[in-house]
Design a protein around this ligand. Sequence first.
Ligand code: CA
Length: 663
Amino acid sequence: MENWKIAEYTRYYNSEEFQQSYLYSGDDLGALWSEDKTYFRLWAPTAERVQLNLFHTGDKPDLYVSHEMVKEEFGTWIMTVDGNLHGVYYTYSVTIEGQTREAVDPYAKAVGVNGDRGMVVDLSSTDPEGFSYDIRPPFNETNDAIIYELHVRDFSIDCSAGINAKGKYLAFTEIGTVNSYKDMTGIDYLTELGVTHVHLLPIFDYATVDETKLHENQFNWGYDPKNYNTPEGSYATDPYHGEVRIKEMKQMIQALHKSGIRVIMDVVYNHTMASFDSNLNKIVPGYYYRTTGEGDFSNASGCGNETASERFMVRKFMLDSILYWAEEYHIDGFRFDLMGIHDITTMNSIRDALDEIDPTILMYGEGWTGGGSVLPDWERSMKFNMKKLSTRIAAFSDDIRDGIKGSVFLAHEKGYVSGKEGMEETIKFGVTAAIWHDQVDYWKVNYSGGPWAAQPSQTINYVSSHDNLTLWDKLTLSTPWESKGNRLRMNLLSAAIVLTSQGIPFFQAGEEFLRSKPINEEGTEFEDNSYRSSDRVNSLKWDLRTIHSEVFHYYRGLIELRKAHPLFRMRTAETMSKNLRFLSGMEPNVIAFSLSQVVFLQEESAEEILVIYNANRDAKTIYLPEGEWKVYVKGTRAGMKLLSIITDQVISVDPISAVVMMK
Ligand code: CA
């Protein structure tokens, strides 16, 4: 189809006639299985003919029947096929203006190998034993979360994991696994670390890993969506039979839930891997994507296209998909890739719909895009529009990410912990969760000229994620003259800032044992975009948890401390601005603040926490408010264990380190 034709269709989609006659709001799109018949419904308003093709397998030339579908209301096509169709594969042949193209049902709940055909599925047969009793682990407030970002394959593919189901969903079901030093790995390790949520990089069916060649050890992050409502096949023990990946993903979620860990899914509704030839575009040309007046695909994703969430049927598709994952798979949270592409109304509608299921389900995303969009900035879920979004939708703070350790775009740039001067206000901006605070000088904040969050539940604080260099590699490249010891202190200080700030802390798996992605043998060059690098670059090397155990214990200690003290997790902007006060008179590169319960309790005896960051290369003497201060974080140690008690109102804060004490 020519571009001018797409442009013509787009005008039609926006017309009153189309809006009145062809938007379908029913909940029966897809293939609805029952024991004696399966009911198919596809939305294809511009099609002149639709055929339903049934196959015995997901990949072989074994079509056994094609049915002419019947045009029904609001642009949908229906067909009921008698018999038990569980395990039958299907596609649609959609004819538009005389051209017929074969497509997979966007609502397919199961697919064959490489997601090239849908599969009719009896979902109850995919439930592992006890799944109907699986419940979300206890969790109340959004900013109680401590999020660990993980790739399914990275988690278990390296031998040091000691896991049998290498690179698979089932790796999460193995308990008692250890590294070469006999320290815990796998799911036991996650419990030991103490994180509340595991955020998994894409686990829906993505395109780039060829599921027929799994012996080739391919790797991809998975930001290339193919089928939104089915699990990725390469993480299953058998990608050919559609029910296997469903069951095994459920087993993974069940195992994490049993360990008290909630599961967040990284969702990529902002674009599809294919553009003109995507399933969505074959079925309704031009409808699912934003296009220019000339009919070109708009490309805010930087991946060739961007979806049009503001259109009724796209919004519905996203909503239906999210609710399906939350209900069928018990997913506990969603991270929206390039959330800045999605319109604000859609994001708020998803929040409202999730609240009907469970308001503790998390929602957050990237408040930016990968390029310009044809939809105006003010209509999209950009970081600077956070105040138009629900207070329980959060955005990543690139302000603190880069403030702590330097820009992700400039490998050699330093940040606060690595010796860049004048970063105090940016760090304070992070500590206060990007919410307005009278003691932050917004003129001096690196990126945002003002607070962008309305509540602490809107801000994800972090210093590293799958994108860009790992924290350790960034510190190595930006401070080549430093000792390893000093870099280690920089890493610890970074963690202390993220985990003592208000908002929601987040970190990339392995940050807590100095994860590195070297691309040469000498370890002097590092991968900053490992989306398709080898396992050698990407996998978690579990022996590092032992080799760098002091780093692991520091992170673990901070997590323990944060969980034990609600003052690190204040609920509202109002309590935060009153209860968090920065101490004045600090030397350059020293930040100190107190957290107290004055607003909650109105009494002197209430708990008070004092946090100090010192990014200087020398120790700093800090004079303390009156009282007996119990020190829990100092030097390279952090946790619930009391380290010392200070009664003489003065403390020496080690070079490049944090102190946390309590009264
Ligand atoms: Ca796939």
